[in-house]
Design a protein around this ligand. Sequence first.
Ligand SMILES: *[C@@H]1O[C@H](CO)[C@@H](O)[C@H](O)[C@H]1NC(C)=O
Ligand SMILES: *[C@@H]1O[C@H](CO)[C@@H](O)[C@H](O)[C@H]1NC(C)=O
Ligand SMILES: *[C@@H]1O[C@H](CO)[C@@H](O)[C@H](O)[C@H]1NC(C)=O
Length: 258
Amino acid sequence: MLLSQLLIILAYFLNVTNSLSTSSHYARWAHVSALVGDKLYFMCGVVDTKNTIGSRDLFYLDLSKNFKDSLPIIEISSNLPVKSMWSAANAYGSTIFLCGGWLSYVSNGTLDNIDYVFTFSTQDNTWQRPSTYGTPPASHPLAAVSSVIDKTGKIYLFGGDNAAIAYSKMYIFDTINLTWLDSSDAGMAFNKTLYASVLLNNGEILYIGGIENYQIAKFADINIVELKRQLETQIQLETQIQQPEAQLQQPVPQLLPP
Ligand SMILES: *[C@@H]1O[C@H](CO)[C@@H](O)[C@H](O)[C@H]1NC(C)=O
Ligand SMILES: *[C@@H]1O[C@H](CO)[C@@H](O)[C@H](O)[C@H]1NC(C)=O
Ligand SMILES: *[C@@H]1O[C@H](CO)[C@@H](O)[C@H](O)[C@H]1NC(C)=O
């Protein structure tokens, strides 16, 4: 048998074993997810390719169950008062915080230009629109924003766009006392939207990929934002752009045999 034929059969086999049957009802994009215990929650998003309207759908994947025959998905009836797409979500304790996004009222379909945060309690399966304190973000909609949450329950929302301009601001939301911290100086030297972010254990946030300055950002250009807490109430943000290509060249000689 030719190698190519073998590869095709192998690819077919892998495909069959990797794709578990699920209802197409769950297919979507511009949605968010958050992990609480063994449950991976999926929220909102767009279910159509032609009609870009958000939804308030809510379901979770039970990670404690076997994935052998079908995906263990459990649907929850959602009382979220808005439909959402391109939001961000983080969990703290048993609560999920849905931040930013394109939001439209379920009741009449008009754009919700007021809200930035909704909370979902995984204890009683209900959404709430909490009163928040401090100065909320200035940009609306805060869509395609990505966020990370630290151990003390602070959510760092950076960038995003309103379909016309990409943002360069960092907004920090304290989930413990529902307060927007004063981050008026936290404008970054770069704008970014539709990217991935990850918080490292050393307090650095990596911003990877996405769209920068209307162009697809080079994947290797990783923006690093370092979070330094000087006082409990004061957060200083430092940014640097790392160029991993240049740094990767140094360790290579060490790998060569003597
Ligand atoms: C749409 O509904 C929301 C809340 O249900 C309300 O605040 C808003 O004023 C309504 N907008 C219009 C145009 O009816
Ligand atoms: C991003 O920021 C640069 C300046 O750093 C600015 O020239 C550009 O217009 C911004 N792009 C967008 C899409 O907002
Ligand atoms: C909320 O807590 C943060 C510290 O985590 C503090 O800086 C801020 O002042 C508090 N805000 C209010 C309104 O209590």
